[in-house]
Design a protein around this ligand. Structure first.
Ligand SMILES: [Zn+2]
Length: 668
């Protein structure tokens, strides 16, 4: 099937509107009573925002969410078809169909009660000493239950061809370390609710209320200790601060109380000699504080993490309690998503490359791939042009930057190789067992990479995902088929709108290779400083302008964005939009048709902005301001266009207008 067939079979009227071949921008979503030079986001998105209040089961709802919902309906069709019991189903249908059926079978899940986790809970309850703790931490990690620290495989930052072992900070439950450490009234209230939630989970697991309440406090105490030892998000963004190669012996010396050899053995790590300890200080601090902790504290902490991770695999009482705290209280969502979609997203998360293969057959034709590939090439040319003409960079660094740009690998639609899940057994009547086997499979697959050559073609997103990514160590930009649809892209649509939509996304991912993190890696994906000292300082000066700009934005009263946390994404937005603009100007070759009363440049900017129309609950906005490296849609639009003279020219904005920054920032 060709790409466009699915566009017409879509249930969502809004997307059909966007797919209208005569159409360009989505005029119905605009609020033309707003002056574009005053608030461009409201101008481009005002009517969409009014017409699309938050659905009851969403904490945030925007164009990404709409398209993701559409993709999930396509996946639901595929998976439900695969689930129909019939002789001679192929292996893909058996796995995705039965994984889904098992997830939907709430009667069986409720009937089994807490029995599936009981053996693990009993083991934890029987712990007596620190070697028992080591063993249980390893047992939990094997099941992908995140406690105490993280352990896995990743490319060596300074030799991206090699996969090495990594240990890092981890084991918190709340969204960020600051949730444990801040003393304002809201943070205190969140912790009180959190302790109540932990106690409720213990009670559901059969612990008497009084003991559950005491245990809940121990969990909070333990996690607060881990939070204090953890570095904040901004400092963890610096790849140089995350790179400390040590021998196993040095790690043992750092934390002599933790039996690393036992841990590596239980978890099944292949033999290795050195590893990366991403935050050495974290382990130093644990060594100073953890030996004083009681075995009761460990029992409470590990026990809660089992219940928390498995809540969705247990009877509905656990799911409801989990929803009440994590979604309803923390993000403001009144209602849980319908179970069928939760099961679809479970299948997508755990067997994504199987659903992905079938998804591609239905939705992504060679035409779309060819068009996107040529768009990517145009954008690359534009970024090259942009680098060559920068006035703040010396020729020496420009040469290195152009070499890195030329080395970027472009992956469009789907990965070159589909993941093989051959060994995992999926049973139609065993939701818990399936999930455990899948978690162990992923874990084993991950860990077995230690000491092997890096597979640079591997993807970190499934193909139906509405997103894209740049991988600094692969030096690749990757565009899943899921995002290559309206409102981002339509092969028959006005070119200016495509450049503003998917063009800006492509530019964004490319610019990540040159943002404050990406610039520290070379074209081979190695952490290596290829900048002259002067150019590095010039870059940092310009990046600081962007950091300051976004720190001044406030998504909800009393909360500001963190310009340092969002610096990479904001730099990518700014650079990406400029590069897409340059590519459009090149492609227009001077042909400036006016459509719907708009010049191509105006349609380009509206096309860009309309990707970001959204509504967000205040709870979610607060949480994201602390944790999300991306800015909210409003600032992704207004924060970017106010830096661009090209935008101001397109709308004849004057100095002093809110969309004309007096201190316009520009890196790329
Ligand atoms: Zn990004």
């Amino acid at each position: 099937m060709k790409f466009r067939v699915v566009l017409f079979s879509m249930a969502l009227p809004l997307l059909m509107l966007a797919a209208d071949p005569a159409g360009g921008v989505d005029a119905a979503s605009m609020n033309k009573s707003v002056n574009p030079c005053v608030d461009f986001y409201q101008y481009a998105c005002g009517n969409w925002i009014k017409a699309n209040p938050l659905p009851a089961d969403r904490s945030r709802w925007g164009r990404f969410g709409e398209l993701q919902q559409h993709n999930e309906n396509v996946e639901l069709d595929i998976i439900q078809g695969a689930a129909v019991s019939r002789p001679n189903r192929n292996a893909i249908d058996q796995k995705i169909g039965d994984a889904y059926s098992a997830c939907m079978d709430t009667a069986a899940i409720n009937q089994r009660g807490i029995a599936p986790v009981q053996p693990l809970m009993d083991e934890i309850r029987a712990m007596k000493n620190s070697s028992d703790v080591t063993r249980e931490v390893a047992n939990l990690h094997k099941r992908s239950i995140s406690v105490l620290f993280t352990f896995g495989a990743g490319p060596d930052a300074k030799d991206s061809t090699k996969m090495i072992a990594n240990v890092g900070q981890g084991g918190l439950s709340l969204p960020d370390r600051d949730y444990y450490l801040k003393t304002d009234a809201k943070s205190v209230e969140i912790r009180q609710h959190y302790v109540e939630h932990i106690a409720n989970m213990f009670v559901l697991a059969g612990v008497p209320r009084e003991q559950a309440t005491a245990g809940a406090q121990l969990v909070l105490d333990m996690e607060t200790m881990l939070a204090k030892a953890s570095a904040d998000r901004v400092s963890m963004r610096d790849p140089n601060k995350r790179y400390h190669i040590m021998t196993k012996q040095e790690l043992e010396t750092l934390t002599p109380d933790f039996g690393w050899e036992t841990y590596f053995k239980i978890i099944g790590a292949p033999e290795f000699h050195t590893l990366n300890v991403s935050n050495v200080d974290y382990f130093k601090q644990l060594e100073a504080t953890l030996p004083g902790t009681s075995i009761e504290m460990w029992k409470a902490y590990l026990g809660f993490h089992v219940l928390r991770t498995y809540a969705n695999l247990l009877p509905e009482t656990f799911q409801n309690e989990s929803f009440a705290f994590w979604q309803h209280y923390l993000t403001g969502v009144p209602q849980e998503r319908p179970r069928q979609y939760r099961c679809v997203s479970m299948v997508d998360r755990s067997l994504g490359d199987l659903v992905g293969q079938k998804y591609i057959e239905q939705t992504f034709g060679p035409d779309a791939k060819a068009q996107i590939t040529s768009l990517v090439e145009n954008l690359e040319k534009a970024l090259g042009q942009d680098i060559k003409t920068l006035d703040w960079m010396t020729d020496e660094t420009k040469k290195a930057a152009l070499a890195k740009l030329a080395a970027i690998t472009n992956n469009v639609g789907y990965p070159r190789k589909w993941r093989d899940y051959g060994k995992v057994e999926i049973a139609r009547n065993d939701y818990f067992g399936n999930s455990e086997r899948l978690a162990e499979f992923q874990r084993e697959r991950q860990i077995s990479k230690i000491g092997t050559p890096t597979d640079k073609s591997e993807w970190s997103m499934t193909t139906p995902t509405v997103n894209a990514f740049y991988s600094p160590q692969q030096n690749s930009i990757n565009f899943p088929a899921g995002i290559l649809q309206p409102p981002f892209f339509d092969p028959r649509r006005d070119m200016a709108v495509n450049y503003g939509g998917v063009g800006a996304v492509i530019g964004h991912e490319m610019t990540h290779g040159f943002d404050d993190q990406g610039r520290k890696y070379d074209g081979d994906g190695n952490l290596r400083d290829w900048w002259t000292a002067k150019d590095g300082a010039e870059f940092e000066k310009r990046a600081a302008c962007i950091a300051n700009e976004y720190s001044s934005f406030s998504p909800i009263e009393g909360v500001n964005l963190n310009g340092r946390l969002t610096l990479g994404e904001n730099s990518a937005d700014n650079g990406g939009l400029r590069v897409a603009y340059l590519a459009l100007e090149d492609a227009l070759k001077g042909k400036k048709d006016v459509v719907d009363g708009m010049t191509p440049e105006q349609r380009f900017f509206v096309g860009f902005a309309q990707v970001w129309c959204e509504n967000t609950r205040p709870e979610e906005a607060r949480s994201r301001a602390m944790t999300d490296p991306h800015s909210p849609g409003q600032f992704r639009v207004n924060g970017t266009v106010q830096n661009m003279p090209e935008f101001q020219k397109a709308y004849s904005c004057k100095a002093g207008d809110p969309m004309v920054s007096a201190n316009a920032c520009r890196v790329w």
